[in-house]
Design a binder for this molecule. Structure first.
Ligand code: DGL
Length: 267
């Protein structure tokens, strides 16, 4: 294994690019290879078995074709469904996502926290166990958001339709008077501003991107895999059949301060 090999990152679609951006800022010497399984998005309502198969296909590509030295499952739904099995199958380190429940328990003042995630994440045993650990004096209100990932994948983050859907999902949380919202799906980071606008300026919105980037850094150090050279590149691969996908990704990543090559030919 060479330290110059890339970190492999995957998600059901574009959501994990938000995580990729945190990893790039914290670890600017590392090459990054990103796979969006857009053809099979969303994962949110798919079975555990299908998600495991898709995750294996993405990771096989990242290891065999892109020579990844470490994998980041930049998808809460795939982590909840398959991370244990994936860690058994592959020898290289695999890091997953987890809704930021612990930081939310520290951030909330009124002890009421709303969690936005996919059905798959919220219905998983892994999530129930996580919630169980932190419930007690905190009221957690979970809200599945079917339909949001699809609109984000279509690049409709400025459309009225997404605002209407967000309002529908936030109304119950506003009624419960939560003061903290956990973004338990990496796609939702792209609509953070819309959520903030509807919840109001005093509501805290928490995601896990930076925490995961820090975990990647410490795993690289632990396994002596940190790239000490300046040779690096960034690639984004999709299997989307949407001819506008490159345009959508470019529009979502205008604030990234790194250039990447785009490929629509994986798998
Ligand atoms: N970004 C994925 C997550 O974090 C989206 C899931 C989906 O495809 O439904 O859960």
């Amino acid at each position: 294994m060479k330290n110059t090999q890339p970190i492999g990152i995957f998600d059901s679609g574009v959501g994990g690019i938000s995580v990729m951006s945190h990893i790039q800022s914290l670890l600017p010497n590392e090459s990054l290879a990103y796979v969006a399984d857009s053809l099979f998005a969303p994962y949110g309502l798919k079975s555990k078995d299908v998600i495991l198969e898709r995750s294996k296909t993405a990771i096989d590509y990242l290891i065999k074709k892109q020579s990844s030295k470490l994998i980041v499952v930049a998808c809460n739904t795939a982590t909840a469904a398959a991370i244990q099995e994936l860690r058994h199958i592959y020898e290289i380190p695999i890091i997953g996502m987890e809704p930021a429940i612990k930081p939310a328990t520290k951030a909330t003042i009124c002890k009421k926290v709303g969690i936005l995630a996919t059905n798959g994440t919220l219905e998983s045993a892994k999530f129930s166990a996580l919630l169980e650990t932190y419930s007690g004096e905190i009221d957690f209100h979970t809200q599945p958001c079917p339909g949001l990932v699809e609109l984000i994948e279509q690049g409709k983050i400025n459309d009225l339709s997404i605002n209407i859907l967000i309002q529908k999902y936030l109304d119950p949380l506003i009624e419960k008077k939560v003061d903290t919202i956990v973004l338990g799906c990496t796609h939702y980071i792209f609509i953070r501003k819309l959520i903030k606008n509807q919840m109001g300026a005093n509501v805290r919105i928490i995601d896990t991107g930076l925490a995961v980037a820090k975990q990647v850094k410490s795993e690289l150090e632990k396994f002596s895999l940190t790239n000490k050279t300046n040779e690096k590149y960034y690639s984004i691969f999709t299997n989307s059949q949407n001819l506008k996908m490159e345009e959508i990704i470019r529009s979502m990543t205008t604030n990234l301060d790194f250039n990447y090559s785009y490929h629509s030919n994986w798998n």
